[in-house]
Design a protein around this ligand. Structure first.
Ligand code: NAP
Length: 284
């Protein structure tokens, strides 16, 4: 049996449509148009693609977006001054600083400088702490997008074995926490994990956020599992591929996300949702 495909384009469009109609209502009621500031430092081509997609999504849902493109040579002090200006700008409800930053800038210093109520990526320690407690206004975009995808399959997470491969601060760790909040029994795997394949074979829900093409093979997957592939790996031929060996795994899974067209579009949709939440919180 072949797995059902989880359509990230469709699910993300539903999220954006909801944000769009709520934004129209919010503008009607308050006269305020939500604004997202997008900061990009340097000329990384992948970052440029992400920033363009984020600006495009803002236009789609009815937000203003303000781009700040700074040169590769920008100092930490200069970037921190910009963040401070945006923190104090009432037109700006959300601040997004596209990572990675050039090596002369300490990413944590920048993340820590963003006002928590404008931190629509939910990377600030204050928001990370709120996620831990389970009382959050901003969900971290990629893990929140994954939750929407799982929910779109109708899978009940409660009591299920959930395995997350990867423990980064932006994907793996918050992903595990969101699954735990929904009463999953969560295991986090990483590069030191022993018997990783065996642990994965136990998963009813498997989320791969490793950054290695074809890492998850068919023999690591339980029959009927839900497979979410967060990986975005650029192959030598320029093709984008996930962490999961799709051909092998789709023969065993009940549901699987494709790459591209799975988790990728969700991240931006959730960023839009967070920006609207920020605008509402700042204009109560
Ligand atoms: P990361 O910071 O590089 O983290 C990778 C994680 O995978 C680490 O925790 C690492 O373990 C673990 N890992 C590496 N090799 C492993 C191995 N052989 N066995 C088990 N675990 C291993 O990456 P990330 O930022 O979380 O991103 C992960 C992937 O998701 C990347 O492909 C990235 O491009 C993609 N991504 C996609 C989106 C999206 O919107 N779709 C958003 C963000 C990221 P250690 O901690 O032990 O080193």
């Amino acid at each position: 049996m072949m797995a059902n495909l989880i359509n990230g384009k469709e699910v993300s469009k539903n999220v954006k449509d909801r944000v769009k109609s709520e934004t129209a209502e919010f503008i009607n009621a308050s006269g305020i148009t939500p604004g997202l500031a997008v900061v990009i430092v340097g000329n990384d081509p992948a970052s440029r693609v992400y920033v363009n997609s984020k600006k495009k999504a803002c236009a789609e849902v009815g937000f203003n977006s303000y781009e700040y493109a700074l040169p590769e040579t920008t100092t930490q002090q200069e970037l921190l001054e910009l963040v401070e200006k945006l923190n104090n700008d009432p037109k700006v409800n959300g601040i997004l600083c596209q990572l990675p930053l050039p090596s002369q800038i300490d990413e944590n210093a920048v993340i820590n400088a963003i006002k928590p109520e404008k931190d629509v990526d939910a990377f600030h320690p204050f928001n990370v702490g709120k996620i831990m407690i389970g009382e959050y206004s901003f969900l971290p975009c990629t893990p929140a997008g994954v939750m929407e995808l799982i929910d779109s399959t109708g899978t009940d997470i409660s009591g299920k074995n959930c395995v997350v491969i990867g423990r980064s601060n932006i994907v793996g760790k918050p992903m595990a926490m969101l699954l735990l909040h929904r009463n999953g029994t969560v295991t986090i795997c990483h590069s030191r994990t022993r018997n990783l394949a065996e642990i994965c074979r136990n998963a009813d829900i498997l989320v791969a956020a490793v950054g290695k093409a074809n890492f998850v093979t068919g023999d690591m997957v339980k029959d009927g599992a839900v497979i979410i592939d967060v990986g975005m790996n650029r192959l030598e031929n320029g093709k984008l591929c996930g962490d999961v060996n799709f051909e092998e795994v789709e023969k065993k899974a009940s549901y699987i996300t494709p790459v591209p067209g799975g988790v990728g579009p969700m991240t931006i949709a959730m960023l839009m949702k967070n920006t609207l939440t920020a605008a509402k919180l700042q204009n109560k």
